[in-house]
Design a protein around this ligand. Structure first.
Ligand code: SAM
Length: 468
């Protein structure tokens, strides 16, 4: 795997099996994830394809799946979740490989699945019961004599900590896939590589120089958040305690000085964590002009100016925020955009009063507003929100992070639409600098980005020369 040991080098294993995201709201083609022109398989009524060629390409596998699904009562068939389908496909694919109907290779082989970690001893009883029920359903659908239900349950546990969410180039989730070769890669909150998808192919790219012999690491989770938040997410899904260094390094000597006076008991690592949590997930100073963070003691004390914010005031705003958040639509796009905008703007106002300007919750609210405003084609307000998120993105996704690159891309697109070509060139250039490393240069998305940048550059220089 030495091809990974260079900046921008990429490595593409095939998905052994994958499953498109399936919900009534958004169905996708089982072969290519396309969401338009879909036709349901007339026999099983579960799987969608966007074209005859996609249906054909999946036929060897789907023929067996379709036969199995069609025998199940319609009600039960409709309750088949993507995880159950993924498991069924895993077994069917293995059968086809064993019978040499489809080829097995070093990167696409059931033997690799056998070696994946399952963490059975760390799973609680409730989860084990759920896996057993799911395994029973798989066995009921497949109806293979002698199938091992315990092994299926264990495979569900393997899926939970080894499968990957397949995303498009803009990191929107499309489905779930099991890529046994990719599953050997461990996690870091400060990874040296990223995992992206080009259609069904998983691609791992180095985002920094990886010295020979050093471990290739990717991030399993959304890295924005305090160490505690990340550790909790990793423990819950991947069943391990992450001890990698905290990702945020932005302290100044002033902060250090204050720390040594006030927190002699703490060690530096702990202080980084306190500061990181207080900025990303904590409260703001009472003085709007101060960007200090608050430390919880007798009340909330600003680490920078010493002003104290009362617990009662914080509690009051937090409770208003909770009742507003309960009213907010869970997912966007939603049906009533205007109502969603007014709820999210009210949430933003309260969050600005409560949280530190670099708060992740505030950033997420602005991100939701940005998405809705883009749906409404309100480019100028969308741009204002996009720009507000950039400083937080720079902090929480440091270095060469695809999400930071994509946020510059959105900013650039909006600036271009609004005729601000000079800034569009700047934002798109920043996007290209990052995304050419994380996404490579050959995908349709990247080719489109290069064209946009060239067009923006040409227009900016035309504008400049006409002004001259
Ligand atoms: C996708 S697998 C990675 C490969 C795995 N280490 C193996 O030997 O098969 C995910 C599991 O690896 C382990 N793991 C991954 N990253 C880790 C890390 N940074 N620290 C400790 N364990 C980690 C955890 O047990 C986790 O559930």
């Amino acid at each position: 795997m030495e091809v990974l040991n260079c900046r921008g080098g990429d490595y593409k294993p095939r998905a052994v099996r994958f499953c498109a995201k399936q919900s009534s709201a958004e169905s996708r083609c089982d072969a290519c994830f396309e969401s338009s022109n879909l036709k349901k398989c007339s026999a099983c009524q579960v799987v969608y394809y966007c074209s005859n060629s996609c249906q054909k390409s999946e036929w060897k596998l789907h023929r067996l799946e379709c036969e199995a699904l069609s025998k199940v009562h319609k009600e039960r068939r409709m309750a088949v979740t993507p995880s159950i389908r993924l498991m069924i496909k895993l077994y069917l694919r293995t059968k086809l490989q064993t019978e040499k109907v489809i080829p097995a290779s070093a990167m696409d082989n059931y033997k690799l699945v056998e070696a994946l970690v399952a963490h059975m001893s760390k799973i609680d009883e409730k989860q084990l019961v759920l896996y057993a029920q799911m395994a029973n359903l798989v066995s009921l659908i497949l109806q293979w004599p002698g199938i091992n239900i315990k092994e299926i349950a264990e495979n569900f546990s393997k899926l939970a900590c080894n499968a990957h969410t397949i995303c498009d180039s803009e990191l929107r989730p499309l489905g779930t896939g099991l890529y046994p070769v990719i599953s050997i890669i461990n996690h870091s909150c400060l990874p040296n590589s990223v995992l992206l998808f080009e259609g069904r192919s998983a691609v791992v790219r180095a985002v920094q120089h990886i010295p020979k012999g050093a471990e290739v690491l990717i991030s399993y989770i959304e890295t924005a958040g305090s160490t505690l938040t990340r550790q909790k997410a990793l423990k819950e899904q991947y069943l391990f305690t992450c001890t990698c260094p905290a990702a945020v390094k932005w302290y100044t000597y002033d902060f250090y000085f204050f720390f040594f006076i006030s927190f002699k008991e703490c060690d530096v690592g702990k202080y980084d964590d306190i500061q990181e949590s207080a900025v990303l997930e904590g409260y703001r100073c009472k003085d709007n002009g101060c960007i200090g963070f608050l430390l919880h003691g007798n009340g909330f004390i600003c680490q920078q100016c010493g002003l104290v914010r009362s617990k009662e005031e914080i509690k009051q705003i937090a409770s208003e925020l909770k009742s507003l958040s309960d009213k907010a639509p869970i997912s966007t796009p939603c049906h009533n955009y205007q109502e969603a905008i007014s709820v999210y703007k009210a949430i933003e106002t309260l969050q600005k009063k409560l949280y530190h300007p670099f708060s992740i919750s505030l950033m997420q609210t602005r991100e939701k507003l940005l998405k809705i405003l883009m749906e409404l084609e309100d480019w100028s307000e969308a741009l204002a929100y996009c720009r507000l998120t950039i400083p937080v993105y720079q902090r929480v996704y440091p270095g060469c992070h695809p999400l930071l690159g994509l946020q510059y891309y959105t900013c650039g697109k909006l600036e271009w639409l609004l005729g601000d070509t000079e800034n569009a060139v700047k934002s798109l250039t920043k996007a290209v600098d990052i995304l050419r490393i994380t996404h490579g240069t050959s995908t349709p998305f990247m080719k489109d980005l290069f064209v946009r940048l060239e067009e923006a550059r040409a227009e900016a220089s035309y504008k400049f020369s006409s002004e001259e």
